[in-house]
Design a binder for this molecule. Sequence first.
Ligand code: OOG
Ligand code: NI
Length: 297
Amino acid sequence: MSTTLDNVLSGLMNRYKERVPDVSAIINAMIKENIISQPADIENDHIAFRTMGVPQLGIQSLEKIFLHYGYQKRDYYHFPEKKLDAFWYAPPSPQYPRIFISELRVKDLSPEVQQIITSYTNEVTADPVSAINLDDAGAVDQFLHSGLWRLPTWADFQTLAAQSEYAAWVIYNRYYLNHFTISVHNLKDGYNTIVQFNEFLERNGFTLNNAGGKIKTSPDGGLLQSSTVAEMIDAEFAGGEVHSISGSYIEFAERRILPQFAHLPKDQVQRIHRREGFEAGNADKIFESTYSSQTSR
Ligand code: OOG
Ligand code: NI
């Protein structure tokens, strides 16, 4: 029987697949090369959301949904240059993806930009998650995919983007899934490292984020990540104006076996034996997957 969490996650994945044709294109390429035999063979390492850090929204609001389904809040990350904070959440059981939620430090932006952001977010007068029945997957799905505030104007979007591309992304894309992440370490030989998987992706014509290099590696060497550059979407702004802006992207993660479990036979290695969590230095560059410096390449 599927749980409320299963239904919420599949709702998120369905909208995401519609908005990001690269998802199906990568899955089809994986099937064609016999890396997997069906989409369900893919292990989803984590999913990510972006939020506006204002009192009634932000991490403290969105996290309530996933804490309700048994997720546990873990480490804090800070990104001074991008003016972001983030946490990751461990799932209630290992078949579920981890969750990464970041938040814009709105108060750290210029008064002009703060004024624009709050002109939208003030339409939400109280924490909207508190008003949802979280055991009703349909209600949660509707909340995650509906407008929290009015459609932005193109002028506001551009003013935000000039100071924070993250701010512009959230004002338009809200809680649409920012990315899902294909775990590569359990794939078959020839594809189970980030180096090899990136080769496969580029051979099939996918463009990778190269901010700080195509492979982002944690200082301990245990977490290696890469990502596609975000796909552009035709976004309708206030007054019916349509502009091409960044939508969502896809990430790839290799979690190496921790040194103390290096002796384990391959068939006994489980998630708990591999590098956990995230890495600020990696994340800092992965955020740029939706930035115009990457999407215009
Ligand atoms: C999240 C970027 C960070 C990771 O796995 O470290 C990230 C974002 O672009 O919102 O996904
Ligand atoms: Ni990620």
